[in-house]
Design a binder for this molecule. Structure first.
Ligand SMILES: [Fe+2]
Length: 158
């Protein structure tokens, strides 16, 4: 196993096995007690939400990243080319979910320790934002090889 924070090890093992039930359980534990979270994860990038790579699978099956959302930062409306799961370590994150016609059907807010709705089959279309006054740190797993991290996750809608 590549270097990994011990708090993320159960998560990586579950992802290696492709056991999504266990992945959700271990993700919840990693969010409830985010010992993996480093001070720089709270700083972010004023230009856009920022991904911090925490772990890459040696066999290119998945990556684990933290994302820092500064107040006001928002993702594009997007779907996913790969499976993904995420949850909140710090702060309050807002997620709008859309139907295939891109009508806004549901808005959810997630608090620390909560898992967001997962997308295992590429059907979820959403826009994620920090509408609060404080930074948000979320923890994400994506079923993507690290070299495809920038273009291989999201399906962006114009
Ligand atoms: Fe997403």
């Amino acid at each position: 196993m590549n270097p990994i924070h011990p708090a993320l090890l159960p998560l990586a093992r579950a992802a290696q096995r492709g056991d999504f039930g266990e992945l959700e359980e271990t993700l919840a534990v990693a969010l409830a007690k985010p010992a993996w979270l480093r001070p720089e994860h709270r700083i972010g990038d004023p230009a856009r939400y920022m991904r911090h790579i925490l772990y890459v699978d040696a066999a290119d099956r998945f990556v684990i990243t933290a994302i820092t959302w500064l107040p006001g930062q928002v993702s594009p409306v997007h779907g996913h080319q790969v499976w993904c799961l995420y949850g909140i370590a710090e702060g309050t994150l807002t997620e709008e979910q859309f139907n295939p016609s891109l009508q806004d059907v549901k808005t959810k807010t997630y608090e620390p320790g909560q898992l967001a709705d997962r997308d295992l089959d590429g059907t979820l279309i959403h826009r994620v934002s920090n509408r609060s006054a404080r930074p948000v740190v979320s923890l994400h797993l994506y079923g993507v090889a690290p070299e495809n991290l920038t273009t291989g996750i999201n399906r962006i809608y114009p």
